[in-house]
Ligand binder design. Structure first.
Ligand code: AMP
Length: 218
């Protein structure tokens, strides 16, 4: 059972790749963003605590997201299937906290895949064009994978919605936060010999085969 991290800017394709890996190999896809959005949707105390931060494109406090991840690391399912973390860690403090959480749980981080790209225009188009189905949560993109029927999900016909933080000003703020707070993790994991760079300009299926090859899973 293995633990992997997907690192890279918002809009870089981490979620898409993690879903492909889940479907092909059964790895759990642990997205801290998805977990927090679900808390907001259910109006839990945690959801109320993080809603404003997320709406502004800022990061939620390290200890809050650390507790979310600690709970997932304790699950039996994770030990059975292994996982790809998407969106955690996002700061150096989180990376250090993660090392402690893993050690406490008797687990170890196997590899960090970096989805690297400098193409800011493309990232902005991926973020602002992203639409999520309000029913089945499938994701499409108005520019790169437009729905057959405008406003309707190709999979279930449900209504397509835009995430509140995918508007252009907030998307730009999230990219700024990434550069400032998350990019230092590239060096952190490189120094530990855990980092493997992928070409973020590639699309999902190409990335899937690159990761499968690196992990000897073909
Ligand atoms: P994502 O879905 O990964 O783009 O995350 C959406 C938002 O959730 C981020 O802009 C943050 O507000 C919050 N978030 C998700 N993961 C983290 C994290 N590891 N640390 C802090 N905030 C996070």
């Amino acid at each position: 059972m293995a633990i992997y991290v997907l690192l890279g800017p918002p809009g870089g394709g981490k979620g898409t790749l993690a879903e492909l890996l889940r479907k092909r190999f059964g790895f759990l896809h642990i997205s801290t963003g998805d977990i927090l959005r679900e808390e907001i949707r259910r109006e839990t105390p945690l959801g109320r605590q993080v809603r404003d931060c997320m709406g502004r494109g800022a990061l939620v406090p390290d200890e809050v997201v650390g507790a979310v991840v600690a709970a997932r690391l304790a699950e039996d399912e994770l030990r059975r299937h292994g996982c790809f973390l998407d969106g955690f860690p996002r700061t150096l403090v989180q990376a250090q906290l993660f090392e402690r959480l893993l050690a406490d749980a008797g687990l170890a981080l196997d590899r960090v895949f970096l989805l690297a790209t400098d193409d800011v225009d493309r990232l902005i188009k991926r973020l602002t064009g992203r639409r999520v189905c309000g029913q089945c949560r499938a994701v499409c993109n108005l520019v790169y994978s437009p729905p057959r029927q405008p406003g309707r999900c190709d999979h279930c016909g449900g209504p397509l919605e835009q995430r509140g933080d995918d508007t252009e000003p907030t998307a730009r703020e999230r990219l700024r936060v990434y550069t400032e707070q998350t990019e230092p993790l590239v060096r952190f994991y490189d120094e530990r010999g855990l980092l493997l760079r992928l070409d973020g300009a590639r699309e999902g299926l190409e990335l899937l085969s690159e990761v499968s090859l690196a992990l000897g899973l073909n």
